[in-house]
Design a protein around this ligand. Structure first.
Ligand SMILES: C[S@@+](CC[C@H](N)C(=O)[O-])C[C@H]1O[C@@H](n2cnc3c(N)ncnc32)[C@H](O)[C@@H]1O
Length: 370
């Protein structure tokens, strides 16, 4: 690990001049110039051993002490602290995001939304195209993306070739990485594997892609849905010829952008009992009924509720990029978080609004909604 204090030109132009004492550790005998990756972003090292990336441009205040490490062929930079003497105002940086007031924070989310109340915002949009959500603005992402198992969504094809599905996964994980604050977290509910359209190691593949995009791995929670009716076939009954094994569980992969520890103190609302129970990474609760909710693949409120209380503070900004029937926003409402949902289908956005009203978006909040 090499540390250094960022100088004005480095911040303004977007490079890091690796100190000569750390050059061998970070660059070794690599032939320069060369291309590389820095915190998941494209970067290059010039012939003087300076790492250039658009990621670095005006990201940290002048005078920030950073630590630079290299793992495999990728570089990681983590800010340690900003010098008191820094006199440069940087727009759009994660540090600034912490300084701006609640109202200003919310103003950024109000434009172009399909529904808003005091603390809940719904966008009828494509997560790959949405422009309203600012980079470095989200504390926690809780989501369950489409699984590519031929679920009949209204206007999304859930039965595409697996390589295309993984490409889509890469794109949205990349977008969400950009939306996330440096200490932002991701709770990703996905299946362990799938057998529809051929056996695939979904959890392993998506986790690997998330890491390639820049997300850091923290842990995995097993969600035991206690639903044995998921079994659809035995394969070869009572024969070793070609039996099928299926685990009736899903997982919640917990990842973070750059720093696991929260940069600022906040207020938690988790009880002692919940903390002890939920930090045991096998969660036992039932799935949600499609018919009851009116959506083909809802998760139960218990899932985002646990993720939110365990991994975010009261008042934090939580995003669900695949909102569906609005379950994550119901959990936000119950736990006093600011909830932002993106859903490509208008009918599901309307369903989410209906559910939110039923779950106690108060009259005052409704009156203030658009
Ligand atoms: C597994 S469901 C999410 C269900 C949700 N957790 C709930 O409890 O209702 C995935 C959702 O993603 C939506 N979707 C698919 N592609 C999308 C995209 N590019 N942008 C935003 N939403 C998308 C689908 O319409 C579907 O409602």
């Amino acid at each position: 690990m090499v540390s250094k204090i960022l100088q004005k030109m480095e911040v303004l132009l977007g490079f890091i001049n690796i100190p000569s004492s750390g050059k061998f550790e970070l660059i070794g005998n690599t032939k320069l110039p060369c291309s590389t990756v820095l915190n998941g972003y494209e970067a290059k090292i010039d012939r003087y051993g300076r790492i250039w990336s658009k990621y670095l441009k005006k990201r940290f205040p002048i005078g920030t002490k950073v630590e630079i490490t290299k793992a495999e062929n990728e570089y990681h930079i983590v800010p340690i602290r900003a010098e008191e003497s820094s006199n440069y105002e940087i727009k759009q940086t994660s540090d600034l995001a912490y300084k701006i007031s609640f109202e200003e924070k919310m103003k950024a989310f109000s434009q172009g939304c399909y529904f808003k109340s005091n603390s809940i915002y719904i966008f009828n949009d494509d997560i790959l195209k949405i422009t309203t959500i600012k980079d470095n603005s989200i504390d926690l992402i809780v989501t369950s993306p489409p699984y590519d198992v031929d679920i009949k969504y209204e206007n999304y094809d859930d039965n595409i070739p697996y390589d295309q599905y993984l490409e889509f996964t890469r794109k949205w994980l990349r977008r969400c990485y950009e939306f996330s604050k440096d200490d932002g977290r991701l709770c990703l509910n996905i299946p362990l594997d799938k057998n529809k359209g051929g056996q695939q190691s979904v959890y392993a593949d998506i986790t690997a892609i998330a890491k390639e995009v820049g997300w850091k791995y923290h842990s995995t929670i097993i969600w035991n849905e206690q639903n044995i009716s998921r079994r659809t076939a035995w394969g070869s009954w009572l024969s070793a010829s070609a039996p099928f094994v299926i685990a009736p569980v899903e997982v919640i992969v917990v990842m973070y952008k750059m720093i696991w520890g929260k940069r600022k103190k906040g207020k938690s609302d988790i009880t002692r009992k919940e903390f002890i129970e939920w930090t045991n990474g096998v969660w036992n609760f039932s799935g949600e009924s499609r018919n009851r909710i009116g959506h083909p693949a809802p998760f139960p409120v218990e899932l985002p509720r646990r993720c939110i209380k365990l991994f975010s503070f009261i008042g934090d900004i939580v995003l669900d990029p695949f909102l569906g029937s609005g379950t994550t926003l119901i959990a936000c409402l119950e736990t006093n978080r600011i909830g932002i949902g993106v859903e490509i289908n208008k009918k599901y956005c309307d369903l989410a609004i209906k559910r939110l009203k039923e779950h106690g978006i108060t009259q005052k909040k409704l009156l203030e909604s658009i």
